[in-house]
Design a protein around this ligand. Structure first.
Ligand SMILES: [Zn+2]
Length: 167
């Protein structure tokens, strides 16, 4: 493949193969981290992504995966920029992302409940992704990763991760 044979639309569709390393059911479109795709010249593509939770180590993996994928498609130069403005929030997650998270056993962020302010006060009510019970308890503000909290369902007794709200 040589210059001119790829388009923003084509690159956009290729990037669906880049997954969140922590939640492999979500790709970068689901996450809402892809800000722009620009063709700088015949050989160079610039991809702008926005970090999710600050300091999330997943972003380095995502940036490397984007570079590797586009190089493998024959694009000679790939720049990956991180843009902090406007900041990413969990509202950036696509509607499909919510369904995929739940199917994966992770409770999706509850809209209208910014956990930043609730961090040190009472926990939000998070329905169990397994049995949908709202009778759940916060076990830890930090689950398997910093962007998730650990809950346990009081009905089916299963622990589960909750993808914390951020806005
Ligand atoms: Zn349950």
């Amino acid at each position: 493949m040589h210059s001119g044979e790829w388009s923003v639309e084509l690159i956009h569709s290729w990037l669906a193969a880049v997954k969140d390393p922590e939640i492999p059911v979500l790709n970068i479109h689901d996450l809402g981290v892809l800000r722009s795709i620009e063709m700088l010249d015949a050989e160079t593509v610039r991809i702008t992504i926005t970090p999710t939770y600050s300091g999330c180590p997943a972003m380095n993996t995502i940036a490397n995966d984007v570079r590797r994928l586009l190089k493998s498609k024959g694009i000679p130069k790939v720049e990956v920029l991180e843009s902090l403005q406007p900041p990413w929030t969990t509202d950036c997650l696509s509607p499909q992302a919510h369904a995929k998270l739940e199917a994966f056993g992770i409770a999706p962020p509850q809209t209208g409940s910014p956990d930043k302010t609730a961090l040190f006060s009472e926990a939000v009510t998070v329905p169990c992704p397994q049995c949908k019970s709202r009778n759940t308890q916060l076990i830890s503000q930090f689950g398997s990763t910093a962007c998730k909290a650990l809950y346990r369902c009081s009905d089916c007794h299963e622990p589960f991760d909750y993808f914390k709200c951020l806005r």
